[in-house]
Design a protein around this ligand. Structure first.
Ligand code: AMP
Ligand code: ZN
Length: 665
């Protein structure tokens, strides 16, 4: 098989697996096998840039950065939809339609997916352009970002017209949304409000690699243009499926408006079991000829009608407002409600977000309030029923002092939330920080859970995470639900955590804005906690991917005397506060200042190992040859275009063996 054939076969295989996994939800190989094939393709493509394909499955990971999105005029305007709220509204619509068209009218019911609309253009079976709805007449071109969404086919299956457009909704399923928020909270960042805004915000991120990390999905609902031979909307959706698009299964062909209403009534409650948000049903006239006859108003098609689900809402009494203190000291006001059923669950509490929100809605204790479960996972209060306000009601006085430690709260310029600045003396902050320290992605201390941490702190046995390393079995045994065996496990778990590598210890410290990735970057750059603690803001900002916000937070952390004491204690207890000797031994400055390109196929080391070697020795790996390239480590089958470029720019080639010798010497 020629290289080109091999590349094409791999691309085709990966496309099929991708389709099975993301569109059909029915994977046929393991993730591991998929990765192996993907890596193989990546290696071949890198070695053979002449076979580049903008729609290769390897490009799903993103990397393209767009500073300003290009405005594109829609070939076919992206209309809005008219809304209806009752069976009567729908019947009125039916009467209007029947006056305008001949013969019986059939309807297709689809769910109204709640995300951001997108228009995809395909040419010769490849994704050519993706544009947001914008104002309906023109939108932003976000192709690079859309390409990273796995359920969007980059290359179609079966037969397809030369050119056509298809419309759909970019959504963020609940599961992914919740996971993203867990990570944000773990990093001390504000969680996102709801999946819809997060999805539409994602489309406008400048770095497509960031978009690739978000578990977005794309659900399609309408073909536009193109030379198709189907006669109905229902058939067109089937056609879209055959070409490889993800068209949800909850679609129904109905003969009467009463049937339409049955569909609506069913999904009004059943939608709560779907993995993503929906906010209504869209009813469309099935016959495309009839659609043409009906046409558009200035705002919406006459052949379609949205039915908006009523966001489930109940009214209940707000008993008290209390205030929670988070790990970062952020204060969240919480409404404690008279328990009430809402969308299938009993609701007792609702988030009030911040002081402004309370003031804006004039929410007071004793009020009867309307509670809604919208996109947010936690229900929210949307209004007060002023008619039911008790006569003796008093406006809510937002707290001025921390409910836990009584310290005067601060509210920084531009921040919506109040903060308790008592970093070292405020219990929930202390407990939260230790809970973060022991969590799975940080020190992963087996045998110790979040509740035990609270018990230990409240019993006065520990005051910070360094104190964990002083604990003895005799001290923990008297704690609630602590048996002989669990006490042993706890102590053993703490001991074992001394082997956790530096980068994870750094993450565990809970420095604001220092998440897992940032911790890795800092560990690699500074190599030890000592070096990091001496770094200035200016210094930190020189490190790739470190901005002013992170830099200031790091400097703040290390300038705190108490933190310095804690770190000294961790050091004396034997935690890994620098990159391990093995790792360090393999690291040198030999390639400092060198920018190196790796190209071709290698024998004694893999491409990834080679890149790691370059980085470990202080060099920088670049994927493209330019005048800044110091030299190229060239393996077999280096692509001819790379060779030409190297020759043109007079850039030396080094063989694999010579390179390895040079760094060993
Ligand atoms: P609106 O934004 O309320 O005017 O509603 C129109 C929007 O609904 C369109 O721009 C689509 O993005 C969205 N939508 C969601 N699901 C569907 C669907 N099944 N059919 C048509 N439009 C839909
Ligand atoms: Zn406090």
């Amino acid at each position: 098989m020629s290289i080109e054939q091999k590349i094409n076969t791999l691309r085709q295989e990966l496309r099929t697996h991708n389709y099975n996994y993301y569109v059909l939800d029915n994977p046929t190989i393991s993730d591991y096998e998929f990765d192996i094939k993907l890596k193989e393709l990546q290696a071949l493509e890198e070695a053979h840039p002449e076979f580049f394909d903008a729609n290769s499955p390897t490009l799903r990971v993103g990397g393209e950065v767009t500073k300003n999105f290009k405005t594109v005029v829609h070939k076919h305007r992206m209309y809005s939809l008219d809304n209806s709220y009752s069976l009567e509204d729908l019947k009125d619509w039916e009467t209007r339609i029947k006056k305008m068209v001949d013969g019986p009218v059939e309807y297709v019911c689809e769910l109204k997916y709640d995300g951001a609309s997108i228009n995809l253009t395909y040419q010769n079976g490849s994704l050519y352009k993706a544009v947001t709805r914008g104002d309906g007449t023109q939108g932003d071109e976000v192709t690079a970002n859309i390409k990273t969404i796995n359920s969007v086919p980059l290359q179609l299956k079966g037969d397809y017209p030369e050119a056509f457009e298809i419309r759909g909704e970019i959504i963020l399923p609940y599961e992914g949304f919740i996971k993203m928020n867990e990570e944000r909270i773990a990093n001390g960042e504000e969680p996102y409000k709801n999946p819809r805004n997060t999805a539409s915000g994602s489309l406008k991120l400048q770095d497509s690699a960031e978009v690739a990390k978000r578990p977005l999905d794309c659900l399609l609902y309408g073909l536009v243009g193109g030379d198709f031979d189907y006669k109905t909307h229902f058939e067109s959706l089937e056609k879209a499926r055959q070409m490889g698009f993800k068209v949800p299964n909850q679609i129904k062909l109905c003969q009467t408006i009463d049937d339409v209403f049955k569909f609506i009534t069913h999904w009004d409650t059943a939608r709560h079991n779907l993995p993503y948000e929906t906010d209504g049903v869209v009813v469309k006239v099935n016959n495309l000829h009839q659609q043409d006859e009906l046409g558009f108003t200035s705002k919406a098609p006459r052949w379609a009608m949205a039915y908006k689900f009523k966001a489930e809402q109940v009214s209940t009494v707000l008993n008290t407002i209390t205030y929670q203190v988070g790990r970062t000291g952020a204060i969240t006001p919480v409404a404690n409600l008279e328990p009430v059923e809402l969308a299938g669950t009993i609701v007792k509490r609702a988030s009030l977000h911040n002081a402004d929100q309370i003031e804006k809605l004039d929410i007071r204790e004793g009020d009867t309030v309307f509670v809604e479960k919208g996109g947010e996972i936690i229900p929210k209060i949307i209004a007060v029923n002023f008619e039911k306000r008790p006569a003796n009601s008093q406006p809510t006085q937002y707290i001025t002092n921390c409910p836990e430690c009584n310290t005067l709260l601060i509210r920084e310029e531009g921040e919506a939330k109040h903060f308790c600045p008592n970093y070292n003396g405020c219990n929930p902050q202390i407990i939260g920080r230790i809970q973060h320290f022991i969590s799975r992605k940080a020190m992963d201390i087996e045998g110790l859970g979040g509740e035990t941490v609270a018990l230990l702190v409240n019993a006065g046995l520990i005051h910070n995470y360094a104190d964990l390393y002083d604990l003895t079995k005799a001290q923990v045994l008297p704690l609630e639900r602590m048996a002989e065996k669990s006490a042993d496990n706890l102590i053993a778990g703490i001991e074992a955590s001394k082997q956790i590598p530096f980068e994870r210890v750094l993450f565990a410290l809970g420095i604001r804005f220092v998440g897992e990735t940032v911790a890795k970057t800092l560990a690699k750059h500074y190599k030890s906690i000592d070096a990091l603690s001496f770094a200035s803001v200016l210094d930190l900002e020189q490190v790739n991917e470190i901005g002013i916000r992170i830099a200031e937070s790091v400097v703040d952390f290390f300038s705190d005397l108490k933190n310095q004491q804690i770190i000294n204690k961790l050091k004396s207890k034997g935690l890994q506060l620098e990159i391990s000797a093995d790792k360090l031994a393999s690291q040198t400055d030999k390639l400092k200042g060198q920018t190196i390109v790796v190209s071709g196929v290698f024998h004694s080391v893999s491409r990834t190992e080679l890149k790691k070697l370059i980085e470990d020795n202080g060099g920088k790996v670049s994927s493209s040859i330019s005048s800044k390239t110091s030299y190229i480590v060239a393996g077999d089958n280096m692509g001819p275009s790379k060779k030409d470029k190297a020759e043109q720019l007079n850039i030396p080639l080094l063989s694999e063996d010579d390179f390895l010798k040079s760094i060993k010497s």
